[in-house]
Design a protein. Structure first.
Length: 142
């Protein structure tokens, strides 16, 4: 058995509008080394508290519409939040980030992500003007 290889990179995603956005291609473009892994694990971590990551269906765009509707219903801007100094969309963004996640891990096999047939990596932008988002990607494997 050969020693495990570790790779860690920072990825900067472009600014996206509010909502969930498929970013699988951005990730794969930033880590071409994934092709060299026979077996391993890709871990993604977002360095923000008002945006999040999720793994979800990438075939039917209605899923994104429904995801956005559900998240907005679960954490509406109309609630009487106490933390309001960064605008009315900030505290709901923190709640939505807690409901989704700040990191995801995906197995790697034979040089590709072992996602399901209909799965993709999504950036969930919970702010109206979130700006660029920074991710740390860590890969481990052989």
């Amino acid at each position: 058995m050969s020693a495990a290889t570790w790779i860690q990179k920072d990825i900067v995603l472009p600014q996206f509008s509010r909502g969930c956005h498929l970013v699988t291609s951005h990730i794969l473009k930033a880590v071409p080394e994934i092709r060299d892994f026979r077996t391993g694990l890709l871990h993604l971590f977002i360095q923000h508290t008002s945006a999040s990551l999720t793994l979800n269906e990438n075939a039917d765009p209605d899923v994104l519409t429904d995801m956005n509707m559900a998240l907005n219903s679960l954490a509406p801007e109309s609630w009487p939040y106490v933390h309001t100094c960064e605008g009315p969309d900030d505290m709901p963004a923190h709640v939505k980030s807690s409901l989704t996640d700040s990191s995801i891990s995906i197995p790697i096999g034979n040089g590709r992500l072992l996602t399901g047939t209909w799965q993709g990596i999504y950036l969930c932008e919970h702010r109206n003007h979130g700006g660029q988002r920074h991710l740390v990607v860590t890969m481990q494997g052989q």
